[in-house]
Design a protein around this ligand. Structure first.
Ligand SMILES: [Fe+2]
Length: 161
């Protein structure tokens, strides 16, 4: 995992600790289910969904249209990457883009009500699981798009402005 903070047309790498001060939890984990399952259970979480985002998806374009536009959710979004790579764009508390380059073994919690969106990398493949808290009711999670935010239509790169 590497994180870059936008500064005008430049990007400056920031530390995991700095990412933490922005309210984004990060942890490197084993991708062996026998290792991560008890850890996740110990946190009071459960696996909600396995996903593979790639050119093999029938609805890749529709998926990218959804995730590449800036949006929030009323609950935390917890993602654990099992393969491939992606760039998660998350707004800082001051509304500046942070570009988080993730790969296998990276677990990221995007805080509720924080604007974010995703880009695929050139390999155009990300395998991940979505985690949710146990004991909470989980109606289909609401997504609120930022007014004026538009999806970036094409594979794979394209940083939001
Ligand atoms: Fe999201």
């Amino acid at each position: 995992m590497r994180t870059y903070l936008r500064e005008g047309n430049n990007r400056r790498e920031i530390s995991e600790a700095r990412l933490g001060t922005e309210g984004v939890f990060y942890r490197k984990m084993s991708i062996d289910p026998e290792v991560y399952t008890p850890i996740v259970k110990g946190w009071g979480m459960a696996i909600h969904k396995h996903l593979v985002v790639s050119r093999e998806m029938d609805d890749l374009e529709a998926h990218l249209a959804k995730v590449s536009a800036e949006h929030t959710h009323p609950t935390d979004e917890v993602r654990f990457i099992l393969g491939g790579s992606s760039i998660f764009h998350i707004r800082s508390r001051d509304d500046v883009w942070m570009d988080i380059h993730v790969e296998s073994g990276d677990l990221i919690v995007i805080p509720k009500d924080r604007y974010h969106c995703d880009s695929l990398t050139d390999e155009a493949m990300m395998k991940l699981i979505l985690l949710r808290w146990n004991g909470l009711e989980h109606p289909e999670r609401a997504t609120h798009y930022r007014p004026g935010s538009r999806p970036r239509p094409r594979l794979p790169q394209g940083f939001p402005e």
